[in-house]
Design a protein around this ligand. Structure first.
Ligand SMILES: [Zn+2]
Length: 278
């Protein structure tokens, strides 16, 4: 098992950070969690792509986490040699999101079907709306979901991937909550979206202050990791994006609450559970 941050950014466009997306590479293939801005560019850099995803798992339907769903939907279809529906898992509302995405692409679908004689099928997805429990299984690999707390955004879910003795949790956007604690218990790696409360309060912009009440701060994420006995905490979706050289501040804020390994995320950072340990 290996975790690759395809996008470590937030809704705010950033020259160096794609939108939220995390790839988990397993013996059963590549599993993608969220699909923010630029996801397929970063997937290409990691040697993956729309045709390689065994499943797309959405934590919630905030725009920054689904920006490039249409790109995945189109590329999986237009580069295929046979019909290969995209398996999509997500909270209630995911099915209508996929239907709306297909409707948005209707002109393009028509152009390509008319132009390519060997492309005789439409793009498609198999959508499973999830809330908790095991949602996907193949061989030794299992994906479970649990409800998280990103209110007033509802519903939202986090995911855990287990492969043999190894496990990774993708928290998505959430404040500390029981559902996330249950997913995290004893996991090797926790990939958690975080915001810097101290910096956001200094900026004092109302639109930015609003994000504080439904995201975890760095200490919040570290406390969740410590409570669950996680080995490695990976900070992603960093708001605001760290100025160059300030990454140690993020690490220090986490280390004040958590004894394990802390990784300050950047695009294409790869984390291997075998590297666990101080
Ligand atoms: Zn969100």
């Amino acid at each position: 098992m290996q975790v690759v941050l395809l996008g470590s950014g937030s809704p705010l466009p950033d020259a160096h950070r794609a939108g939220p997306a995390t790839l988990v590479r397993t013996a059963a293939g590549d599993l993608l969690f969220d699909c923010g801005r630029g996801v397929l560019m970063r997937a290409a850099a990691a040697g993956s792509g729309a045709g390689a995803f065994q499943g797309l798992f959405l934590t919630h339907l905030h725009s920054d986490h689904i920006t490039d769903l249409n790109d995945i939907y189109t590329m999986r279809w237009a580069t295929s040699f046979e019909p290969r529906p995209l398996p999509v898992f997500g909270p209630a509302g995911t099915a209508s999101l996929l239907a709306a995405t297909e409707a948005m692409l209707e002109a393009d679908i028509g152009y390509r079907l008319a132009h390519h004689d060997d492309l005789t099928w439409r793009p498609s997805a198999v959508v499973t709306e999830v809330s908790d429990g095991v949602v996907w299984e193949a061989g030794e690999v299992r994906v479970s979901a649990a409800a998280t707390d990103h209110a007033p955004v509802r519903p939202t879910v986090g995911y855990r991937v287990d492969e043999g003795p190894h496990s990774v949790v993708i928290a998505g956007d959430t404040v500390p909550c029981d559902g996330l604690d249950a997913l995290c218990r004893g996991a090797d790696i926790l990939v958690h979206t975080v915001v810097r409360r101290d910096l956001i309060e200094q900026f004092g912009l109302p639109r930015l202050l609003d994000v504080l009440d439904y995201h975890s701060s760095v200490p919040d994420a570290a406390t969740t990791a410590a409570r669950a006995g996680v080995a490695t905490l990976v900070l992603t979706h960093l708001v605001p994006a760290p100025a160059p050289g300030t990454e140690p501040e993020w690490t220090a804020q986490a280390a004040a609450h958590f004894d394990g390994r802390v990784v300050v995320g950047a695009d294409l950072v790869t984390v291997d559970p075998a590297e666990d340990g101080p």
